[in-house]
Write a protein that binds this ligand. Structure first.
Ligand code: ADP
Ligand code: ZN
Ligand code: ZN
Length: 833
């Protein structure tokens, strides 16, 4: 009779009680999406409870039911409560995560005439009745089409109130196949394409003009264009497109949804291989929990294994066992466009049962996948962090691949949840198995495993690959594969050797290039052997810290040891932790050298340098600038995989799960960039990215090597990464965290304030800090504050950002109940930048 509803009407974010009118009594329960009156408006909300007595004496009735099925399951509701408390976010915002975008727009109502010969007054009501008499039951959209530009809804409301017409919510059935259309995209990065200079057929002919127009249109488009649109806007014909395609200027594809750049290069077996000895041992620890679910709750598994050690094969086994037991599996991956091979293995192993979420789906497509999962038509979802909220009826398994990846943390809007933490909480609620896989687990998770909160399993050896796959590779490369069996059809190989090059010595010996002599030599050898190289530049944080090119000294804050950041505006070095500023250095305080400056190379400069040194080398750039357009990841990857380029130059994206057998050299231009960011997680992040990038070399029969260039060759992160030694890094890092009181020993909450005016932002942050200090003192708390100080990325979209970090054993308890407008809260922030 009564329902408690979480309503969504910013800024109102509470829960309110309503009653159910008779027609809805048997239809509405916990988890349903409804509309209800709020003030003078109609709002949407989710039913979260059915109290026997309302909290207020007078309740208003629920207006309508938007979807006959619940939109959140009971475990999801429980998870939403957990999220709400953990992230300090209103419940409705947590529930909204679980609804597909645009759900309410997709819902419609079916109108049915109850009283054939009813008498009505107004002409509009009369027309509605005539329409229903003539055409039978109609949907809202059909009525709108039949009566264009008429506001018929309030007339219909009064017919419903009088019982003349009845209304039931309906939804279109989901489309089983995603919509497919032919699309055209550029086959090369826009900056390398100058239509005017290309030979596009006989000069001045009509065909060459049409081809020219087509390329122009694609150059100016944000991404691929539908074939039909090209025809219309340029007059081009199918023959023109085919011509451009044959000349490798454009790519044609069937579906705008998903294109697999490696399909032709890389063979994926669809039958499970026999497990290696390492895998079999590990699988025995996981298997019983999947086969007899729900007996005793299991700890989450931390599956730690170097890249290529066979983790994904374990995920596949786990999904198979889950499906056999009649339950569904959620598989999270950092970003599908960057990890196409992982996705393809799931699609190949479980055909017809896998749904995919990725950033290029339209709202409608996402909604259809969501509904097919809810109905149990699909049993596996592969997608980014949001796929965690897929409403499967029964969930037995949650997997996070590359679980250390930062894309699992929502950083932009509330709730700022971490999918890694949320997945573990959800698995607890569901009594499901949770597997966190990584070659470089985040320090906090690994620490918890050491404390017994997770069960850690390891895969120490790298697998070269499946026998069939290697044979195909060998045929393609004209090689004879060498075998080193480790059980089943797999062979083991060593991780690629890493050579650390001290850039200080390069400079001393007169080499001022951004490439050391070793890297130049290795590049030459790789190119001569017709193999491929990857050059990695960690762009995040480049050109912000100041260091000595002669001795490697880095300018740090005298108070908190944080690397200082150079601000050109006021010619000042600033500490982003304590806000202390100082004048720039003109001489190195360590060695007296005058070469104190910041690192100034971007990917473009690296590319130019390769082209200068090796004019015959074909280069390809993969960074944020070249991947703005839709589908460009796939295009770049496909071209590199097809050996249309020799050297791939890129940023962080390169670190993800690529497996390219022709790559025999990985060069890291400056391994220190990123290390010197003012964030306690900078060393961890740098170690992870270096290890992942190094793992890209030597994944094929040709072997490989890695060259790490650095100005700080003795730094523990560089040392550990060059030895592929996670343990060395982890233990050293823990010591620092203990000394400096950072997680896992303390917890952090970041409070960020943004304002268009710099002065206001600073003033409010100072005020808030005083309030918090007072609050801490009053409670005799052991917690403390870091800051207030401007954020490292101080100005974002015209707003100045200041932050305060609250640190303690339980900082959430130290926080005042309500924060003033303009403050954003991030519990356990993934980054302090
Ligand atoms: P990871 O996920 O740790 O990077 P993968 O599961 O992708 O490792 O395994 C690396 C390579 O070894 C892949 O090509 C995979 O097909 C192959 N492989 C994994 N396990 C086996 C096995 N038991 N037998 C044969 N090949 C295997
Ligand atoms: Zn120096
Ligand atoms: Zn400082």
């Amino acid at each position: 009779m009564y329902v408690e509803v979480a309503v969504n009407l910013p800024p109102v974010r509470g829960t309110f009680d309503y009653h159910l009118p008779p027609r809805l009594r048997t239809k509405v329960g916990i988890g349903h999406l409804i509309t209800a009156p709020f003030g003078r408006r109609e709002v949407q909300g989710v039913v979260i409870a059915t109290p026997s007595k309302p909290a207020v004496p007078e309740t208003r009735p629920v207006t309508s039911l938007l979807d006959p099925e619940p939109v959140v399951t009971p475990p999801q509701l429980e998870l939403a409560h957990w999220l709400s408390a953990e992230t300090r976010t209103p419940l409705i915002d947590c529930l909204t995560l679980m609804l597909p975008p645009g759900l309410s727009q997709q819902a419609d109502s079916l109108y049915h005439l109850e009283i054939e010969d009813a008498q009505v007054s107004g002409p509009l009501q009369q027309r509605l009745l005539d329409l229903l008499r003539k055409r039978g039951d109609l949907r809202g959209r059909q009525i709108s089409r039949a009566m264009p530009r008429r506001r018929w809804r309030s007339a219909m409301e009064s017919l419903i109130r009088r019982g003349i017409v009845s209304r039931t919510p309906v939804l279109d059935p989901p489309r089983v196949r995603p919509r497919k259309i032919r699309v055209v995209s550029l086959a090369m990065p826009p900056e390398t394409l100058h239509p005017a200079e290309l030979a596009l057929g006989r000069e001045g002919s009509q065909a060459s003009t049409r081809r020219q127009k087509t390329l122009d249109a694609l150059l100016h488009a944000e991404g691929p264009l539908p074939v039909r649109q090209i025809y219309e806007s340029t007059g081009a014909t199918w023959a023109d497109l085919r011509w451009l395609h044959e000349h490798r200027l454009i790519a044609l594809s069937e579906s705008e949804i998903w294109r697999d750049p490696l399909e032709e290069v890389d063979f994926v077996p669809s039958t499970p291989p026999e497990l290696t000895q390492d895998q079999a041992l590990l699988w025995e620890a996981i298997r019983p929990n999947l086969e007899t679910p729900g007996r005793n709750p299991t700890k989450p598994f931390l599956l730690q294994g170097v890249t290529g050690s066979g983790k994904t094969e374990i995920y596949l086994r786990a999904v198979e066992a889950t499906l056999k037991s009649g339950r569904a599996a959620i598989v999270l991956v950092p970003e599908i466009a960057l990890t196409p091979q992982t996705l393809r293995r799931f699609l190949a192993r479980f055909p017809g049962r896998v749904g995919v979420y990725h950033s290029q789906l339209s709202d409608g497509e996402r909604y259809d996948t969501w509904r097919r999962c809810r109905a149990g038509e699909l049993q596996v979802i592969v997608g980014p962090r949001s796929a965690l909220f897929t409403p499967f009826p029964r969930i037995g398994l949650i997997v996070l691949d590359e679980s250390h990846d930062e894309s699992y943390k929502e950083q932009l809007r509330a709730p700022r949840y971490h999918a890694r933490e949320t997945a573990q909480a959800y698995a607890r609620i569901l009594n499901a198995v949770c597997i966190l896989g990584s070659a470089t687990p985040d320090v906090v998770t690994r620490f918890r495993a050491d404390q017994g909160q997770l069960q850690r399993l390891t895969l120490p050896q790298r697998i070269l690959g499946h026998r069939e796959r290697l044979q195909r590779q060998a045929r393609r490369l004209g090689l004879r594969p060498e075998y080193r069996p480790i059980g089943g059809d797999a062979q083991a190989i060593d991780l690629p050797p890493v050579r650390v090059v001290d850039m200080r010595l390069e400079l001393k010996s007169g080499n001022t290039s951004i490439f050391s002599r070793s890297l130049q030599k290795a590049l030459r050898e790789t190119l001569d052997a017709q193999q491929q190289a990857i050059l990695f530049l960690n762009r995040r944080g480049a050109s912000t810290y100041v260091f000595c090119r002669d001795c490697g000294w880095v300018a740090r804050c005298s108070r908190c040891d944080t690397p200082l950041t150079f601000h050109a505006d006021d010619q000042l070095l600033l500490c982003h932790h304590c806000n202390q500023g100082r004048k720039p250095f003109y001489r190195c305080p360590e060695c007296g050298s005058a070469r104190v400056r910041h690192f100034g190379a971007g990917t473009q400069r690296v590319q130019a340098e390769v082209e200068r040194l090796f004019p015959a080398a074909r280069t390809l750039r993969w960074d944020r600038d070249t991947t703005r357009a839709r589908g460009s990841h796939a295009t770049i990857l496909a071209r590199f995989a097809a050996h249309e380029a020799d050297v791939l130059i890129g940023t962080q994206m390169l670190a993800k799960g690529l497996d390219l057998p022709l790559v025999t050299l990985v060069g890291v231009i400056s391994a220190d960039i990123g290390l010197n960011l003012p964030d306690y997680r900078a060393p961890e992040r740098t170690f992870q990215v270096l290890t992942q990038v190094a793992g890209r070399a030597g994944r094929g029969l040709l072997g490989g090597r890695v060259i790490l260039q650095t100005y700080q060759p003795d730094h523990y992160v560089i040392q550990a990464a060059s030895n592929h030694d996670y343990e060395e890094f982890y233990h050293q890092e823990l010591r620092y965290r203990l000394d400096l009181e950072y997680p896992p020993y303390k917890r952090l909450v970041s409070l960020t304030y943004r304002h268009p005016s710099r002065e206001s932002a600073a003033a409010e942050a100072q005020r808030m800090a005083r309030v918090l200090r007072h609050h801490l003192a009053e409670r005799a708390s052991r917690g403390d504050l870091i800051g207030p100080a401007p954020c490292f990325f101080e100005r974002i979209r015209g707003h100045y950002r200041w932050q305060i970090i609250l640190r303690g054993m339980a900082p959430l308890d130290e926080l005042p109940e309500d924060l003033p407008e303009g403050w954003a809260i991030d519990v356990d922030p993934a980054s302090l930048l």
